[in-house]
Design a protein around this ligand. Sequence first.
Ligand code: AMP
Length: 559
Amino acid sequence: MEFEAFAERVDGIEAESGDIETIERVAALFETADAELPVVARFVQGRVFPAWSSRTLDIGPSLCYTAIARAAGPNVSADDIEARLADRGEIGAVAASYEFGDQQGLAAFGGGSISGLTVDDVDTDLRALAAADGSGSQDRKVDILFGLFRQCSRLEARYLARLVLGEMRIGVGEGTVRDAICEAFDQLPEAVARALQVTNDYGEVAAVAREEGQAGLDGLELDIGRPVQSMLAQAGTAAEALDSWEEAAAEVKFDGARVQIHVEAGEDGGLGEVSIYSRNMDDVTAALPDIVDVVRQSVTEPCILDGEVVAVDDAGDPLPFQHVLRRFRRKHDVDRMVEEVTLRLHAFDCLRAGSEGLLERPLVDRHRRLEALVTDDEAVADLLLSDDPDELAAFEAEALEAGHEGIMLKNPQSTYSPGDRGQNWLKRKPDVETVDLVVTGGEWGEGRRASFLGTFLLSVREPETNGYRTIGKVATGITDEKLAELTELLEPHITAESGQTVDIQPSVVFEVGYEEIQPSPTYSSGYALRFPRFVAVRPDKSPADCETVDRIERLAESQ
Ligand code: AMP
């Protein structure tokens, strides 16, 4: 498929406002794709790599602007691109406003692409761009991107720029792609949904749906080395749990970082490689050699485990979450930090044991398998089954007394549904409620604080449009030291400035405490936080994990 044909269809999808019509258009796009169907299914979501992959293009906005400027001609600079961006608001419109290298002078022949660039060509080049590392890699990335842009028509450039910066925003979320796969290849929604959960790869599922139908989809399983999304929890209480289920499975809620541990089979019948993934499915193995050792020493079979790693003090008591973060994504000085911050593993679920996928098994069975598979009792979270509110209250008091964050209450009969924040896992924390919001703007401070970003504009996600809507600002209660740290973190993501106000590309997530959620005409989500309070940066979360407009609406209703 030519990239021009892809861009034309995507343009039609973007212009479509109806949900059903959008699904039909995406399905039609899939039907016209040939061998490049998996790539098309990823590109239409603004992805180059499957959702499970930790790989990224690793190219920031400024390098992308440089490549666009170079392709646009000798009189255009990266600053010109930024100026147009401030004016037009999004990079696709800016890229489409230039006539690029190979196309120049050809507009007279009716415009459109003459380069014959295909979807596969773009995929191959973007993979080469992602693979460039080491010295000179930045130049190499710009060269590759420049090479692509110079072949682009205006329409192709619009969507290439958005794809590269992860800002496709054509109103196609994961649900749309899922429904389009069902429609294009006449498959049952449940079969496609399950296949997506276990593979986390929309491209693969689209191809299997087309080529092998339902039998193929049903045959897809969890693979060791291919992380799946973590199952998540809603806020809830023991009373709610016992209202809904005959008994509750209670565990400590550990204040650490989520880990999904994949243990491969070795060649000699023993264990092979151990990989550890974060909640966002990033590979964090290299930062956690001590946890890899614990797993090697205590796991008896190839498996996929779910759990939490927690920092502990010399007495073995849990330390707050911030301590884990000193270890979690570290690339340098790993050995020194292993000495400085001791981590403990608390595995609480088992998604695959040996060759058997366990997602559809009840929690109590999975926990039994977990206990059988991990010989070190300390590495497995205790699970209390109880239908007695007093016993659950005592369990909670004990967990808090021991320095933990709270407890989790789980439906003992529930299956493991990746990515789901449903009613089967409830988290119970005594502290104030917090929400995870993405920073989309800010304001420079005044006087002594003029070189710091002092106020932060916060947004929630709108999955339907893949966009963000504002919900409020946080400013108070942050020390100079913290402001310097936050400025350093956010400054590279600034996309536009006007006076004291800056726009920030959604990338950093803040956990924010609040007293109440109120309807508000001031912010585009329609809500505002009353007394918002900055709690912490959440480097373990990505913008995709922040709250949605719908969830804010539900929180507002349930206050
Ligand atoms: P939150 O980050 O507040 O949405 O709470 C959910 C998180 O609690 C999960 O993503 C886990 O990282 C963490 N957690 C801690 N202990 C447990 C547990 N026993 N079961 C499940 N999740 C847990």
